[in-house]
Design a protein around this ligand. Sequence first.
Ligand code: AP5
Ligand code: MG
Length: 215
Amino acid sequence: MIRTILLGPPGAGKGTQAAIIVKNNNIPHISTGDIFRENIKNGTELGKRAQEYMSKGELVPDDLVIEIATTRLLEDDCKNGFILDGFPRTVHQAEELDKFLDEHGQEISVVINLEVPDDVLMKRLTGRRVCPKCGATFHIVGMPPKKEGICDICGAELIQRPDDNEETAGNRIEVYNRETKPLIDYYEKKGKIANIDGAAALEVASAAVAEALGG
Ligand code: AP5
Ligand code: MG
């Protein structure tokens, strides 16, 4: 059973890889970033609280994120596995996730650590375009849509994420290095890390991810 965490800096390809894993395995993709963006779009209280932090590239407070993620993991579709994308992001979140999984007789099978150098990340983030309707992700240079500015999958007009400007993206990378990178060590000690070259061509990176997940 696949119970995996996609770990990696902003722009490493977590969302892109998750979409490929979902196609080949019938398990849900749980992105805390996507959950917050959906709440911002719907103008909920949670969205308002999260936006304060996301717009600056800071982390949303642990207690809020842990509550959202563990509530989602209790849903029926997670019984046969799940892909966590962007959670946990601090050692405290990881400890709470372990506690939660332990209480439910579950454990993480493997943590996919997508490694990408900072200069590549910046180009990926500032060139990224996303579909506000179906969530598909493109890149103006690396993975352009067939028709400029239009989603290949559903035909909606593509947008740029508000936190993908140079300043906010730069802060997100710094926050990752400070708060999230220690998780590599955390999961390495548990023997769960699979290091993947996330800067490789998409087919190469996704083949390596599939292999780490068990073929
Ligand atoms: P979140 O939405 O999770 O953003 P992130 O971690 O910054 O990661 P991204 O979504 O930017 O990158 P990605 O790794 O998914 O890359 P992608 O596949 O799109 O979080 C946003 C915010 O929410 C946080 O800043 C924080 O405020 C808050 N938050 C969320 N979770 C939280 C938590 N647990 N705790 C506290 N706060 C939390 O790819 C990027 C680009 O590269 C795309 O254009 C893609 O086409 C391209 N690309 C991908 N792979 C390749 C490849 N192999 N070759 C060439 N191009 C590629
Ligand atoms: Mg993402």
